[in-house]
Design a binder for this molecule. Structure first.
Ligand SMILES: Cc1ncc(COP(=O)(O)O)c(C=O)c1O
Length: 340
């Protein structure tokens, strides 16, 4: 893939913003270049390229730091991909539904038509039909969410590979929940596929949803173009520090993840033994999708008890998506369901 043939042609002439700190080389002692306040602790602009964070991520994921982009949440990565690759009002993107709702919203904000191939009954991609759609419609972006939200299952990697090998556009594999899954990340496919972008986040297994730190892994060419179009200081210094701290405290990460996975098993067992629950879908994420009679009524009954779940009945009939909480939170849910 030649990157200049897939990005928006009008961006080729873009002269990216050059921040004050980009414009000097050598050792600095006194910073009088960026109109900052010389007093305080948060007075300096953060590193626009998040170098310390990327150095850690490069080790963790075994990639070059130049293959990493850090965004203000992975929602920013999604938005920047639309901006970089899709001409508003002209180009198309593709998703496989039911899936994460922001692809549609971000497409609409960027005035891009979003095509939709429904997943099969077991929530996999129908490869034959997907390839036909890709040939016919030539989407610039293809979103594949794995593990998928809200269904919780992984998408077959061989299918992802076939799609990436067929399309003349980019494939974004959204791995927001990959750290909970017992599967390898698609990062391992980056060497073979230069039109692949793997998106991950600190919002889920790393426990930093408030900090807004998302990460994209791709070829150096794609990452360099994402850097060209991003807002100069898109990830605050506080947020970079929070992500770095989380990466350095691997024990907390491991313990919390284990606690969540253990509780997930407990909840799965519980839902499975309730005879009124029609379906408990297998899940590789930190949430469980269940199908129940009158899901909306149940959703509202739970809200009355201040227990908030996600009603997904608009996309999968009579379904609720339930995030795994702490043992105490899950007890509260179980108690409420027992007393219905
Ligand atoms: C599949 C998926 N991708 C991305 C996100 C957004 O992540 P972030 O908090 O990094 O913007 C979510 C959040 O729920 C998600 O479910």
């Amino acid at each position: 893939m030649e990157i200049k043939e897939v990005i928006r042609p009008d961006l080729l002439a873009l002269k990216p913003y050059s921040s004050a700190r980009d414009e000097y080389t050598g050792k600095a002692g006194v910073f009088l270049d960026a109109n900052e306040n010389p007093y305080g602790t948060l007075n300096r602009y953060p590193d626009p390229y998040q170098r310390a964070l990327k150095a850690e991520l490069a080790q963790l994921r075994d990639v070059d730091p130049n293959q990493i982009f850090v965004g203000n949440g992975s929602d920013e990565v999604i938005d920047l991909c639309f901006r970089l690759f899709c001409r508003p009002g002209m180009d198309k993107a593709l998703q496989f539904s039911p899936t994460y709702g922001m692809y549609k919203v971000s497409a609409a904000i960027n005035n891009i038509e979003l095509l939709d191939c429904p997943l099969t009954a077991d929530f996999q991609i129908d490869l034959e039909s997907a390839l036909k759609t890709i040939e016919r419609e030539q989407p610039k972006l293809i979103f594949i969410c794995s593990p998928n939200n809200p269904t919780g299952n992984l998408i077959d990697q061989a299918t992802i590979k076939s799609i990436a090998q067929t399309t003349r556009g980019l494939v974004i594999v959204d791995e927001a929940y990959i750290d909970f899954a017992d599967s390898e990340s698609c990062i391992s496919l980056l060497e073979q596929l230069d039109n692949l972008i793997v998106s991950q986040t600190f919002s889920k297994a790393w426990g930093l949803a408030a900090a807004r730190v998302g990460v994209a892994y791709s070829s150096e060419a794609v990452i360099s173009w994402l850097n060209n179009i991003k807002p100069p200081y898109n990830v605050s210094g506080l947020n970079q520090a929070a992500a770095l701290e989380a990466l350095q405290d691997r024990e907390v990460f491991t313990q919390r993840k284990a606690a969540i996975l253990k509780e997930k098993e407990r909840l799965m067992d519980y839902f499975n033994q309730l005879d009124w629950v029609q379906q408990v879908y297998p899940t590789q994420a930190n949430f469980i999708l269940i199908q129940v009679p009158e899901a909306t009524a149940l959703y509202e009954q739970l809200i009355e008890q201040q227990i908030i779940t996600r009603n997904r009945s608009s996309v999968i009939a009579d379904s609720l998506r339930i995030t795994v909480g702490t043992p105490k939170e899950n007890d509260i849910l179980i108690n409420a369901l027992n007393n219905l």
